[in-house]
Ligand binder design. Structure first.
Ligand code: GLC
Length: 528
């Protein structure tokens, strides 16, 4: 059963979601306490960011034991309890997988550092001799996508047992995230074990980070004529087309292995972070024996402009049409500036973010909402001293990184900590967050939370959301209007500076107040 076809999936960035018990520890237990809220919101499934044992250099995306819960977040019993409770609330649970790299704290990597060149321990990663005199230059010219070289030099033992500068290892992210060597059968066996471990614990699926990574071109050749580095402007998911470090042909065999494991567990789903602009190459990841779904980031990369949004939608639909899998839609996640801020901040930014979420929820396919998006949270401008994203250090303090969108969720007003915690939040929460709390917004029918709740409810219950493709209507300059093919619901977006007439039909929902019969700028409406 493909429960995910039209699902609304709520992404929980675990360390920012809720410290319900106020002990400063954001554990999985706190998520259990908030499941009622997620059910109220209308979510069908959760995506939990990594909660595995980790050195927390990249907040869990540096996994030091893929088959465990980090003690900061609880233990396996708490996890099992969370799965059971979530299922009782009608929520499926999907979790992150990080197969491109491990933490440098993983026992494998520690063993590799203690071993010699050519050893089986080093063969699980990409260790190479350097170039130039004494091998003092990195083995190739690759850069890390979070800044700096993609290679770090280690010490090797000589015949007397002395340790001297020796080989280099590859890390497409930070040096604390060494890339594993996917030509090594042990690496395959380990991921298979991890998949089965979590599937046996009842998870409903996985999200694979950097699903276009993992496999590397044979011989790790220098990159020639490569476009500017990915990663800078829009977070980690700028298209990687033309970067030979990614989208190597061998990656598809890995996805086939993953899918083969999942096929033994009916009703489980795997979605990959596929950062590829070319539709044909993107669709390869969605062949019947590979991923069920792929994130596409076209909508998140589009500015608030009707033509750009329409193009993003059309391209996203076209990319999956041939393979017949549902598209996915994302406006927000833990790697990118929040929509309110991206669309200009302040009241216009908020109005546009509300409008865009109606556009998103009108589309066929799977919608991902990031915790706090339903509250219309803006990014937080954090002082240098509290920044934690490794991008900040790695870029030599030129990229501030992703912390601004990761500030904890405010649950209720009053004391700072805003119901997220009664101790110190891990990133400071500004007073503005105290005015955007869940508690206040639940009471206010005009709030962003109420808008999204209503939209999700209509999406589930109104017959106008049936069609699987989209038909466009003529619309005034700077506007767009579409409906799902064969269906009655029309979504209209006014991204122009002018008041425009509404398309015909009965108004079901609007993202902001109408002016009589006219749709104001920065506003979207659903009509039936
Ligand atoms: C994924 C995550 C990102 C993380 C990266 C490295 O892309 O979304 O947050 O930094 O993987 O594991």
């Amino acid at each position: 059963m493909q429960w995910w076809r039209d699902a609304v999936v709520y992404q929980i960035y675990v360390r920012s979601f809720s410290d319900y018990y106020g002990d400063g520890i954001v554990d999985l237990q706190c998520i259990r306490a908030r499941l009622g809220y997620l059910e109220l919101l209308g979510a069908d499934a959760l995506w939990l960011s990594p909660f595995f044992t980790s050195a927390m250099v990249d907040h869990g995306y540096d996994v030091a034991d893929p088959r465990s819960v980090d003690p900061v977040f609880g233990d396996m019993d708490t996890f099992d309890g969370l799965i059971a409770d979530a299922h009782e609330h009608g929520l499926r649970v999907t979790i992150d997988l990080v197969p491109n790299h491990t933490s440098s704290e993983y026992e494998w990597f520690r063993a590799a550092l203690e071993s010699s060149p050519g050893s089986p321990e080093r063969a699980r990663y990409h260790f190479r001799g350097g170039r130039g005199p004494d091998g003092a230059e990195p083995p190739n010219n690759w850069t890390s996508i979070v800044g700096g070289p993609a290679w770090t030099r280690v010490q090797d033992p000589d015949s007397d047992g002395e340790w001297n500068p020796g080989e280099w290892y590859l890390h497409l992210l930070t040096p604390d995230q060494p890339d594993v060597n996917w030509t090594n059968p042990e690496v395959w066996a380990d991921l298979e074990k991890t998949l089965r471990f979590w599937l046996d614990h009842g998870v409903d699926g996985f999200r694979i980070g950097i699903a276009d990574g993992m496999s590397k071109p044979e011989g790790l050749p220098d990159i020639e004529d490569c476009p500017e580095d990915a990663g800078a402007a829009i977070g980690l998911f700028a298209p990687v087309d033309g970067h030979p470090r990614f989208d190597d042909a061998g990656v598809h065999d890995i996805h086939r292995m993953i899918r083969a494991v999942l096929d033994h567990y009916p009703g489980r789903m795997v979605v990959g972070e596929v950062r590829i602009g070319d539709s044909e190459r993107f669709a390869r990841y969605l062949r019947p024996d590979e991923l069920h779904l792929a994130f596409n980031f076209r909508l998140v990369q589009a500015p608030f402009d009707a033509d750009a949004v329409r193009t993003a939608i059309e391209q996203s639909l076209a990319a999956v049409e041939e393979v017949g899998v549902p598209p996915t839609w994302t406006l927000s996640n833990h790697d990118v500036s929040r929509p309110v801020t991206r669309y200009g901040g302040g009241p216009p930014g908020r109005a546009r973010a509300r409008a865009m979420v109606l556009v998103e929820l009108a589309l066929p396919g799977v919608v991902y909402l990031f915790n706090g998006e339903e509250l219309g949270l803006p990014d937080v401008e954090l002082p240098d001293a509290v920044l934690q994203d490794p991008q900040w250090e790695r870029s030599g303090h030129t990229e501030r990184g992703r912390d601004g969108c990761r500030v904890p969720v405010p649950w209720e007003g009053g004391a700072p900590g805003y119901g997220f915690t009664s101790s110190q939040p891990w990133l400071p929460m500004p007073p503005e967050y105290g005015r955007l709390t869940v508690a206040d917004q639940l009471e206010d029918t005009a709030s962003t939370l109420s808008l999204i709740r209503r939209a999700v409810e209509l999406r589930k219950t109104h017959p106008g959301f049936d069609g699987r493709s989209v038909e466009w209507f003529g619309a005034p300059a700077g506007c767009l209007a579409f409906r799902r093919t064969g269906s009655t619901l029309v979504c209209a977006l006014n991204a122009s500076p002018n008041l425009v007439p509404l398309p015909p039909g009965e108004v079901l929902l609007v993202s902001g107040p109408l002016k009589g019969d006219l749709l104001p700028p920065d506003t979207a409406a659903w009509l039936a």
